[in-house]
Design a protein around this ligand. Structure first.
Ligand code: GAR
Length: 194
């Protein structure tokens, strides 16, 4: 059985790296027939591509600015993704809103990580908004992607405290450390169920 994972990133790719490292450490290929087949970015200079290449993973960059419309970009992106016949498409800091057609194409095998305790704080600037709202706890959610932004069924969550005097950056770092635990865990759970 060949369960290809395609990971989409836009930047640092630390969640992608956490998944790649966990896959190696836990021998996902032998255990689940699963491997990270490709990492695709909408930014050619995304740091995460360097990590992926250095781990022998195929990488691709597809600049959304080269396309006239969201539909055209998403269609080209899907064509790239489909070359790898993915069992799972994993959004890991992929900062693009996806069209309903794209989401529908990968229905049930498209997941995202969002740095808040959904359904609170969909969208951007989640950490500052949690601080401004006086939240005592913040966190991160892994969810299935549906047509509505940041609203699909929740697969896993982790909670962190908001500490007195927290800045958005300090809170983001605390949350990110948890992301690196729960995203590989959620991917593993899906692979086991496939
Ligand atoms: C992560 O914090 C992720 O939760 C967030 O972007 C960061 C990417 O970091 N995603 C979103 O905000 C999606 N709306 P990474 O590139 O180091 O994994």
């Amino acid at each position: 059985m060949n369960k290809n994972i395609v990971i989409l990133i836009s930047g640092g790719g630390s969640n992608m790296a956490a998944i790649v490292r966990t896959a190696q450490q836990e021998h996902w290929e032998q255990r689940y027939g699963a491997r990270v087949a490709a990492v695709i970015s909408n930014k050619a200079d995304a740091q995460g591509l360097v990590f992926a290449r250095s781990h022998g993973i195929a990488t691709e960059a597809l600049d959304h600015k080269a396309f006239d419309s969201r539909d055209a970009f998403d269609a080209a992106l899907a064509a790239r993704i489909d070359r790898y016949q993915p069992a799972l498409v994993v959004l890991a800091g992929f900062m693009r809103i996806l069209t309903p057609a794209f989401v529908q194409r990968y229905a049930g095998r498209l997941i995202n990580i969002h740095p808040s305790l959904l359904p609170a704080f969909t969208g951007l600037h989640t950490h500052q908004r949690a601080i401004d709202a006086g939240c005592k706890f913040a966190g991160v959610t892994v969810h299935q992607v549906t047509a509505e932004l940041d609203v699909g069924p929740i697969l896993d969550q982790a909670v962190v405290p908001v500490l007195p005097g927290d800045t958005a950056d300090a809170l983001a770092a605390r949350v990110l450390a948890q992301e690196h635990t729960i995203y590989p865990r959620a991917v593993r759970a899906l692979l086991q169920a496939l």
